[in-house]
Design a protein around this ligand. Structure first.
Ligand code: SAH
Length: 363
C-alpha cells in the first residue's frame, strides 16, 4: 500500500480524484508495479509530468491507450485552476488558484538575479495565529496534499514555459505552517527535487517554520540538504508570546534546544527570519538580546520589511531604521541581510489575495 502522508490514495478513490502530482518518483514506480506494469512505465509518466510538463494524460504518447485509460480513470494531473494572476512592476507575480474542493490558495513568483523563486502555500489557511500575519485571518481549513503543492510549482512553471524560463528556487513560506503538514511537505520536496524530474536543487528549497519543536527534530534526523528557516520575530519569550502563540507551547529555550540538535546533525547554515515591526521589536534592547541568543550559530538573520495588514495595526520600520538595526547587529558579529521588498504594488502580504477572494464569496 502506498502512503502519501496522512492521505491514503485508496481512501480517496470515489471521493475526490487523486492527482498524479501526489506521487514522488519512487511511489509512481511502485504504482506501476502494482498495476502489473513495468517499473519503467512509472519512470515514463514522471518524465512526461516533469520534463515535458504535460497535463493531459492523452499526450503521454509512448504509453498504450489501455495504460492511459487506466490513468485517466483514476487520476487527474493538475488539481489547481488559475483564477487570477497579478503582475507587479518589478515582475513579481501573484497567482490565486482554486482547488478541486473550491478552496483558494496563493503562490508568488519572485525574480532574483540568481533565478526565479516561487513561494508555495502548504495549507488552506493557518492555525498558528501569529498576531501580524494575514494568512491566519482565515483559520486552517485543511492541509494541502503533496500534489497540490507540486501543482503550484507546475502551474507557474507552465506559465513560464513560453519564455523558456525555469523555476529554480522554492520557498515554503506561503500560507500555512509546513511542519503542521510534515509528511506531505517532505513528499512534495522529494518530488520537485528528483533529478529525473524538475531537479530543483535541495539547496534551493527552503522550509520556513514558526517553531514546531518536535518537527524540527524530525527534520534534523532526516539530514536532508533542504534549507531550514526559523521565523523568530522576537528575541525574548514575553514579546514572542504576544506575537506568536506557538511560543507558549515551545518557548525560546526549547526552540533553541531543537536548533542545537539540528546543528549537531546537519552542517547547514540556518536562516532566522525577523520582521521589523515599528516600536515593537526594533529597539536597542532587541539588538542586544538577539545578538546574545544567536551568537556562535552558523546562521544569519533575514530582516524583513513588514507588509502591513489593515486588520492588525502593526507598522513597518522605514528602510533607514532597518539599516540601523542591521548595522548594530553586524557590529555585534551577527550576520544579517535585509530582504528586498517584492510586489509592493500588488496584494503582496501573504494571504491577502485569498482573504479578499473569500470575502467576495461571503458577500
Ligand atoms: N508558517 C511558516 C511559513 C509561512 S509564513 C512560518 O511561520 O515561517 C512565512 C514568513 O512570512 C514567516 O516568517 C512569517 O512570519 C512572515 N510573514 C507573515 N506575515 C507577514 C507580513 N505581513 N509581512 C512580512 N512577513 C510576514
Amino acid at each position: 500500500m502506498i502512503l502519501f502522508g496522512q492521505n491514503l490514495w485508496y481512501d480517496k478513490k470515489g471521493d475526490e480524484m487523486k492527482s498524479l502530482y501526489d506521487f514522488n518518483y519512487e511511489q509512481i514506480q511502485e504504482y506501476a508495479l502494482e498495476q502489473g506494469w513495468k517499473k519503467f512505465r512509472g519512470h515514463q509518466i514522471f518524465q512526461w509530468l516533469y520534463r515535458k510538463h504535460v497535463t493531459n494524460i492523452d499526450e503521454m504518447s509512448d504509453l498504450s491507450k489501455e495504460t492511459r485509460d487506466i490513468l485517466k480513470e483514476n487520476f487527474i494531473v493538475n488539481p489547481c485552476k488559475m483564477v487570477t494572476k497579478q503582475v507587479s512592476s518589478d515582475g513579481t507575480t501573484k497567482y490565486l488558484f482554486e482547488l478541486e474542493d473550491g478552496s483558494y490558495i496563493e503562490s508568488v513568483l519572485m525574480i532574483f538575479n540568481y533565478g526565479k523563486s516561487i513561494c508555495v502555500s502548504s495549507q488552506v489557511g493557518c492555525n498558528m495565529g501569529c498576531d501580524f500575519c494575514a494568512s491566519g485571518l482565515l483559520k486552517k481549513r485543511r492541509d494541502l496534499t503533496s500534489g497540490e503543492m507540486v501543482a503550484q510549482v507546475m502551474s507557474v512553471q507552465k506559465d513560464l514555459d513560453a519564455t523558456g524560463d525555469r523555476v529554480s528556487h522554492v520557498v515554503i513560506m506561503g500560507t500555512g505552517e509546513p511542519f503542521d503538514n510534515y509528511e506531505n511537505v517532505m513528499n512534495f520536496c522529494s518530488t520537485i527535487n528528483h533529478d529525473r524530474g524538475l531537479a530543483i536543487s535541495a539547496r534551493h528549497i527552503t522550509i520556513s517554520t514558526c517553531g514546531i519543536v518536535p518537527k524540527i527534530k524530525s527534520f534534523a534526523n532526516e539530514q536532508t540538504q533542504y534549507n531550514l528557516a526559523i521565523s523568530l520575530h522576537a528575541p525574548n519569550n514575553e514579546l514572542r508570546d504576544k506575537l506568536m502563540p506557538i511560543n507558549k507551547a515551545y518557548p525560546l529555550e526549547e526552540l533553541m534546544g531543537a536548533i542545537d540538535y539540528y546543528c549537531t546533525l546537519n552542517n547547514r547554515r540556518l536562516t532566522f527570519e525577523y520582521i521589523l515591526l515599528k516600536g515593537v521589536n526594533d529597539q536597542d534592547e532587541h539588538v542586544n538580546q538577539l545578538a546574545k541568543l544567536l551568537k556562535g550559530y552558523n546562521a544569519y538573520i533575514n530582516l524583513i520589511p513588514y507588509n502591513e495588514v489593515d486588520e492588525h495595526g502593526y507598522r513597518s520600520v522605514d528602510f533607514d531604521s532597518a539599516l540601523k538595526f542591521y548595522d548594530k547587529l553586524m557590529k555585534k558579529g551577527i550576520r544579517c541581510t535585509i530582504r528586498k521588498e517584492h510586489g509592493g504594488d500588488i496584494d503582496a502580504a501573504c494571504g491577502q489575495l485569498r482573504a479578499k477572494k473569500e470575502a467576495e464569496r461571503m458577500e
